[in-house]
Every structure is written in C-alpha cells, then in structure tokens.
Design a protein around this ligand. Structure first.
Ligand SMILES: [Cu+2]
Length: 493
C-alpha cells in the first residue's frame, strides 16, 4: 500500500514536471533572452524611440507573448479578470523598424485555443493568424510567427479565434514600425481605445435572456467602461509647448469613436497604411473598430487641461452619447524640436474614381428567429468568394443596404478609397479598414501581389463577423486558371 502510494506520488510529480516543462517559453530553455519585455502598460502613454545606431541595418526583433488570465486594475480599486498578453492590457508594444524581421513566440495558457492576427501588416498568408491558414494554438502549446515588416506605421495584433470573448477581455496590443522618414516630434504616444461591458461586480457581462442577446448580436457589444490603454479615464501629463505624435487604434468590439480634443485643431498625419501625402488639419475624426490614425497634437499652454472625448455618432443603433475617455494636463513648457513638414510621401493612385468595379459585395442582414439576425455578404453567411489573381487590379464596390454601418476590413493588403456614396474622397490614403455607411456604398481599389494564399475580408464589428459578415477568398498565381480553383473549392465543401 505504502509502496503504491509512493509510486503514485512519483508519477504525479513527473506529470507536474512535464506540465511545467511545456509551459516554459522556448527562450528560457535555449537561454536566449527575449528583447524588449516591458513590465506594465505605462509605456503606451510614452513611447521610446528606437536607438539611432541600428538605423539602416535590418535586424531581427524577438518577443515572447504569453496569452493568459490575470487580474488587471482598470482604475484604482477596480479590477477585472482579464485575458491578455504577458499579464497586461494591452499586451506589450511591439516595436521595430521598417525592413526588420519580427519573430513572436506565442504561448497559450488560456483554457481554449487562440491565434494572433497581425492587423494591417502585409505579410505572407501563412502568417496571417487565422484558422484558415494555421491550426489554432492549443492550451499549453507554443507557436512562432516570423515575418518581415514591409511598411512603417501603426498596426495592432489580436486573436482571430473566438474574438468576441478573447478581444473583449483584453487580448490585443499595438505594433509600431518606425522609419527614417518619420516626422520629428517631441514625443510619441499610443491611445488604444476600448470599452468593456461589466457587471456591478466588475465581471464580464453575458447577455442573459433572448432580447439582450439579440440586441448584442445586432448592434455589437458596447460597454459603459471606457478604456484608453487598459485604463479608465487616465490622466496624461504632457509638457506645454510640445508637438507630439499620438497614434490612435480603435480596439473595441463595436464602438465608433468620434475623436474630439475640446475643439482644438490637430493634424492628421497618417492612417492604417502609414503617412498621408500631407498633413490635414481638423478638430474631429471618426475612428471605427480596427482603424488607426496618427495625429500631430499640440502645442498646449502650461496649466491647460484637454479632454479626449468621443462625440455622439449614430451608426444606426440610435445610441449616441458624448463620452470622456482620457484627460491631458499640460505642465511646464519645454523646448520643441518637432518638425511636421507640409509634404510626406506620394500615395500613387491605383485607379480613377470612375473606374468600373470588377466585384460587387453586398453587406446585409436577415432575420433569424433563433438569434434575431444573421449578417451576410452577398446573401451568404461566411461567404466563400471567388479568388483573385496576383497583379490584377481589384476594384470592388461594396454596398450596404442594411440599417447599420459596417467597418469593412481586408486582410493582408492596403486599399485606396475611390468613392464613398458616389463622391471621391477628400484625400488619398492606404487603408485596410473603412466604414461602409448604412444605406450607402464605397468603392475601393487594391492590387493583389505575389503573396498567394488564403485571405479574408469582414466587418470589424466582432459580433457581426461572428454572425456571418465574413468572407474567405484566395489570391492565386497569375497563371493559375481560376475556374480550376473554384472547382477545387466546390469539391471541398
Ligand atoms: Cu458590421
């Protein structure tokens, strides 16, 4: 009896050992120290520049990300059981220079499978982080992502598995790709805008009976807890007399963020795919889920307080409020070295606004008596769309006869807006996410390159994508007969 017990203890100890070994990140086993692992998210509020010495020579930048569950304080005394990377919300800022190779080792300690999608990065299809191109990373498993960063700008990462739960609870982070052409500013900050839907006990709220469930599927999930960089109404200290680069990312499930800085003018300098052709002065700016905008902000006067708010914007749900997200306090003045030129870089036109569309995409919904509503693309949930060929210009007309706005997101490629409701846009930009207004339409152009493989486009309101507003398609080599691909796909399903 005693001996048996001893053996049992030994076996359980061995089991525990094996389990522990599985959870040790590869870097610790090999003794290679991971680079740049910040301990908290304060770094979002003040980004350190890359060292100048490394400029010009491409390098490999490594990060270890561990997806897990932990307590996260969103405000003093207010803690949620978050899901996040490296025990912080948002996860670490991944920083590199254009041309660098990014290597990210993901370890999953969540109770369910996960993946990482690199929103906006023009990387190979196999690295896109969807379950179309990889097997989800199971609990206890590790997966290495590795790719070259082709474009400077502000990007973000998040799971492409069970997004309505995993992203809502905090699994997301920012990526900054620097370039020698970046305008000189006095500081660099990130603003990851999010909301959480919490109970009075600060637990993630799940809609109980059918009507709230129907509503959440229809409208997308919006919560009353408003966050910037994982914090509720943070106070940001900034020196007077400075001009800073503020990088906004809308990481929320469904919230439309109509940025307003107390009426103060700011310069829009970049968006999803990097810098604009020239800065644009404005006092408000719509940032829909998934979109990024880089601004040049300031200078402010010493002692000034600036409220970072979202103005009311009705996206068809009829719920529009003015809301405070963060507060900036300007301290004593500092000398400025900022220089925002009048011209950045040309954005060569892919097509004229009147170019005829070679694909028509309809975003819509239909009644479903179990869940209230299904969301569709060309009348199908989770559409399998036709392939496109490398090097063949795509002009897509995307119509939205539904009663709700939908932020359209294309994976892996930048597009240009040609028209919105029949009007040419005010400026040219590289985008990967753009709002399709309800009862309206947009026309976009994009060029599939040699990165063949499986891609997708979908609404970036996470509940809408989950409810069917999602399409899969393939980029095929220019010599592949498309008819054959369609036949293969037909055979598959
Ligand atoms: Cu939508």
């Amino acid at each position: 009896m005693k001996k048996l017990k001893k053996i049992a203890t030994l076996f359980s100890a061995l089991g525990a050992l094996a389990l522990t070994a599985a959870f040790i990140p590869e870097n610790e086993k090999t003794g290679i120290a991971p680079t740049q692992q910040p301990a908290n998210t304060n770094h979002y509020f003040s980004i350190q520049k890359q060292s100048k010495q490394t400029q010009g020579e491409a390098k490999t930048v490594r990060y270890d990300l561990t997806a897990g569950i932990f307590n996260w304080e969103i405000a003093p005394g207010k803690t949620v059981e978050a899901w996040g990377y490296n025990r912080q919300v948002p996860g670490p800022v991944l920083k590199a220079r254009k041309g660098d190779t990014l290597v990210v080792r993901l370890t999953n300690t969540l109770p369910e499978p996960t993946t990482i999608h690199w929103h906006g990065l023009r990387i190979p299809s196999q690295m896109d982080g969807t379950e179309e191109v990889q097997k989800a990373v199971m609990p206890g498993e590790t997966f290495e992502y590795k790719f070259v960063l082709p474009d400077a700008g502000t990007y973000w990462y998040h799971p492409h598995t069970n997004e309505t739960v995993q992203m809502e609870r905090g699994l997301y982070g920012a990526i900054i790709v620097e370039d020698e052409n970046d305008p000189l500013t006095d500081g660099d900050r990130l603003f990851l805008v999010d909301d959480m839907k919490l109970t009075a006990k600060n637990e993630f709220k799940k809609p109980g009976w059918f009507l709230p469930r129907w509503m959440e599927r229809h409208d997308g999930r919006e919560g009353e807890t408003l966050l910037v960089n994982g914090k509720e109404n943070p106070i940001i200290e900034m020196a007077a007399g400075q001009t800073e680069r503020w990088r906004f990312v809308n990481t929320s499930s469904a919230r439309y963020f109509l940025l307003h800085l107390g009426g103060k003018a700011f310069k829009i300098i970049g968006t999803d795919g990097g810098l604009l052709e020239r800065p644009r002065v404005d006092t408000q700016l719509l940032i829909t889920p998934g979109e990024r905008f880089d601004l040049a902000v300031g200078p402010f006067e010493a002692g000034e307080t600036v409220r970072i708010e979202s103005l009311p914007f009705d996206r068809g749900t009829g719920k529009a409020k003015r809301e405070l997200f963060a507060t900036v306090q300007a301290g004593a003045a500092k000398t400025s070295v900022a220089n925002i030129p009048d011209m950045f870089q040309p954005v060569p036109s892919l097509a004229e606004p009147n170019a005829p569309a070679n694909r028509h995409i309809k975003l819509h919904g239909k009644r479903n008596w179990t869940d209230g509503v299904d969301f569709t693309i060309n009348d199908e949930m989770h559409l399998h769309d036709q392939p496109v060929r490398s090097g063949e210009l795509q002009v897509w007309e995307i119509t939205n006869p539904s009663m709700l706005d939908h932020p359209f997101h294309l994976h892996g490629f930048f597009f240009q807006l040609l028209e919105e409701n029949g009007q040419a846009p005010a400026f040219k930009a590289w985008k990967d996410t753009y709002n399709v207004p309800r009862k309206g339409s947009i026309k976009i152009a994009w060029m599939p390159d040699e990165r063949t493989g499986k891609w997708m486009y979908h609404c970036h309101i996470l509940e809408h994508a989950a409810a069917g507003m999602m399409a899969h398609f393939e980029v095929v080599d220019k010599d592949t007969p498309i008819e054959k691909k369609i036949a293969q796909r037909g055979h598959h399903h």
